[in-house]
Design a protein around this ligand. Structure first.
Ligand code: ADP
Length: 637
């Protein structure tokens, strides 16, 4: 009934909003000024959305009024008013948009904020809970809004940010858009001052692509920097634009400004941040480039212009050749769009290659920050060659664990006739260099990549090859391929060769060991790869490396434990002594004990010993025995 007075209705904020508000209202963040950036950015989004509707030809209320943002202030009343002629909100939209946190992961966000692990300035904007930041400065906020949909009534929303809000339908004929009255708290009233407002707007909102009026004065630059010729843009302008775009407080590490005219016209202005944004791991959605068509924003954070592994790149792309009314849903099918995307990806990779070549130290910094993200590109088959050239690992050639080696570096150090690239995985440089599997590589002076991140091993086993060279884990190689490489130090003291008779005994000792270990191993063989260790477990040729098996087991329970080959080093003192024991009495229990101990130690090194108890109690017993012999020899009894 039209004569009835509209009634004010009270609503409660959703629980997560209450928590967020509680934090914001009661904390004294130093960067409270960012509320203004957030509200202006919401207005700018609302204007973008309206422009988008109008290019689609939607019937729009007040069509033709200028698209702009106005900021008024009254110091005495402690009041700031922000209004825009954007898309506005209906009553339902108000309730869903402002009153809940729609984005997933809000629980994580709140946790981070509570623990204040990060600067609120950085998280608020990135997480998209910007509106609520107004309660850092306001004791009351009143929103009046009128949707562009003609038949929808204007609505008013009011709250002090303490738990609930009120909504009432308005009778007045409001102009399309949204007006927000911010009643400042006593200790934040300084914000309602012209100079203060102007400084904050220039600092955070200078590149908003709609005019911002402070009182009657237009104060932002409204320049599409990416359309300017490179030579006319100053470093400070790039930096300022980057900070505006990314909410980063630091300057970018790299600026990539591209202007292409043929066959497709587009401009792109992109940045690589100094620090990785992926620091919480919860905000994986926060990537993408802003897509403009003829200076009109079509989509924020478009995710198809760049593959995900280049998601650390921030920036904008603008093309003359895409239709203005293109819908976001059909972008991916647009051939021009796809070509632009391919071109940009290629250019970024080329840029990185050039950086790696010309400024290796800077590239190492890039790798340290963004490498983990970048590695996910192992499935980008189109750009595989460039991708692989950009990968970096530590290697046995490097003195320090932080130093980096590329495939190309590695290949320049190939031994004559080498056709494979080797890698080993472990927790540290020290741990890997102690790995018995590496003994043969050290003896032959073959370089081995040292991997400390399971992801590296995953990447290498996925790409399988660099150029024509196979990538091989040191624990699953075909040793025959190493035969042609001579030991570096051939004169090294080798123990005497076994006599013919001893050799025969050794062979039967191997069968004895196989009997002891039974089907816990596939075979027991004489080792050709060991020099310092008595025994080792190896994977059958060309099977998955031990780390990969572990990764697979973690992700997919169906992969069982793969049985391995037990290799015994005939030249090791312990094995020689064991042979003596065996020759004297092939049934001596001592043999079983030693073999069990060697086997479980090898499992331990391999990372696949499930229960260490037996190993430890056997070891203790053997130590006890040896202490008896020791005291005897030393005549201490
Ligand atoms: P975000 O802007 O990241 O989505 P906010 O909490 O700042 O998060 O805003 C929530 C939503 O409220 C926006 O997504 C938008 O739909 C709506 N909104 C906020 N301000 C305006 C405005 N000035 N005009 C129209 N809609 C708005």
């Amino acid at each position: 009934m039209s004569t009835e007075q509209p009634t004010t209705k009270k609503y409660e904020f959703k629980a997560e909003v209450k928590q967020l508000l509680d934090i914001l209202v009661h904390s004294l963040y130093t960067s409270r000024e960012i509320f203004l950036r957030e509200l202006i950015s919401n207005s700018s989004d609302a204007l973008d959305k309206l422009r988008f509707e109008s290019t689609k030809g939607t019937d729009i209320l007040d069509n033709g009024i200028p698209l702009e943002i106005k900021i008024d202030f009254d110091e005495k009343k402690k009041l700031i008013t922000i209004s825009d002629t954007g898309i506005g909100m209906t009553k339902d939209e108000l309730i869903t948009n402002i009153g809940t946190i729609a984005k997933s992961g809000s629980a994580d966000f709140l946790k981070q904020l509570k623990e204040s692990k990060a600067d609120v300035n950085n998280i608020i904007g990135k997480f998209g809970v910007g509106f609520y930041s107004v309660f850092m400065v306001a004791e009351e906020v009143v929103i009046k809004t009128k949707s562009f949909k003609k038949e929808e009534p204007a609505v008013e929303w009011k709250s002090n940010g303490l738990g609930d809000y009120e909504i009432v339908e308005l009778d007045d004929k409001l102009q399309r858009g949204t007006t927000i009255d911010i009643h400042l708290k006593e200790d934040t009233k300084d914000f309602a001052e012209k100079y203060r407002l102007e400084t904050v707007i220039k600092k955070h909102s200078n590149f908003i692509s709609f005019p911002i009026y402070l009182g009657s004065e237009k104060i932002n630059t409204v320049a599409a920097l990416w359309r300017e010729p490179k030579s006319s843009v100053k470093k400070e302008q790039y930096n300022e634009f980057y900070k505006f775009l990314s909410y980063d407080s630091e300057e970018p590490a790299d600026v990539i400004h591209i202007s292409v005219d043929a066959p497709i016209q587009f401009n792109a202005l992109m940045f690589i941040p100094k620090k990785s944004y992926d620091f919480f791991g919860y905000n994986r959605e926060d990537y993408g480039l802003d897509l403009y068509v003829r200076r009109v924003l079509i989509q924020h954070k478009n995710k198809d212009l760049l593959p995900e592994y280049l998601g650390f790149v921030k920036g904008v792309v603008d093309s003359e050749d895409l239709p203005l009314n293109i819908s976001r849903e059909t972008l991916q099918e647009n051939i021009i769009f796809t070509k632009i995307a391919q071109n940009i990806t290629g250019q970024i990779l080329s840029y990185l290659l050039k950086k790696a070549k010309d400024e290796p130290e800077k590239y190492a910094e890039f790798w340290k920050e963004h490498g983990r993200y970048f590695k996910l590109g192992y499935s980008d088959f189109t750009n595989m060659e460039k991708f692989q050239q950009l990968l970096r690992f530590n290697s046995s050639f490097n003195d320090k664990a932080e130093s980096l080696t590329s495939f190309d570096d590695y290949v320049t150090r190939f031994k004559e006739g080498q056709k494979e690239i080797y890698y080993a995985f472990g927790s540290s440089k020290d741990a890997i260099s102690q790995d018995p599997h590496l003994e043969i590589f050290k003896n032959k002076g073959l370089e081995v990549f040292y991997l400390y991140d399971p992801l590296d091993e995953f990447v290498l086993s996925s790409i399988r090859k660099y150029k024509d060279y196979e990538l091989k884990s040191v624990d699953s190689i075909d040793l025959k391929n190493l035969d042609s490489f001579k030991d570096i130090d051939e004169k090294k003291d080798k123990p005497e060769e076994l006599s013919k008779d001893d050799s025969k005994h050794f062979d039967s000792l191997l069968s004895k060991i196989k009997d002891i270990l039974g089907d816990r191993v596939t075979e027991v063989n004489e080792s050709k790869r060991l020099s310092g260790s008595p025994a080792v477990l190896v994977n059958p040729d060309d099977s998955m490396s031990s780390t990969m098996q572990k990764i697979m087991r973690m992700t997919n329970k169906e992969v069982g434990v793969q049985k391995k080959i037990f290799e015994v080093n005939k030249d090791h003192k312990l094995i020689r002594n064991l042979l003596k024991v065996y020759k004297a009495n092939s049934k001596d229990d001592y043999i079983t004990n030693v073999v069990e101990e060697l086997f479980e130690s090898a499992l331990l090194l391999d990372g696949s010993l499930t229960d260490p108890h037996r190993l430890v109690s056997r070891l203790n017993k053997m130590l006890e025995q040896s202490s008896d012999w020791y005291t005897e020899i030393k005549k201490l009894n």
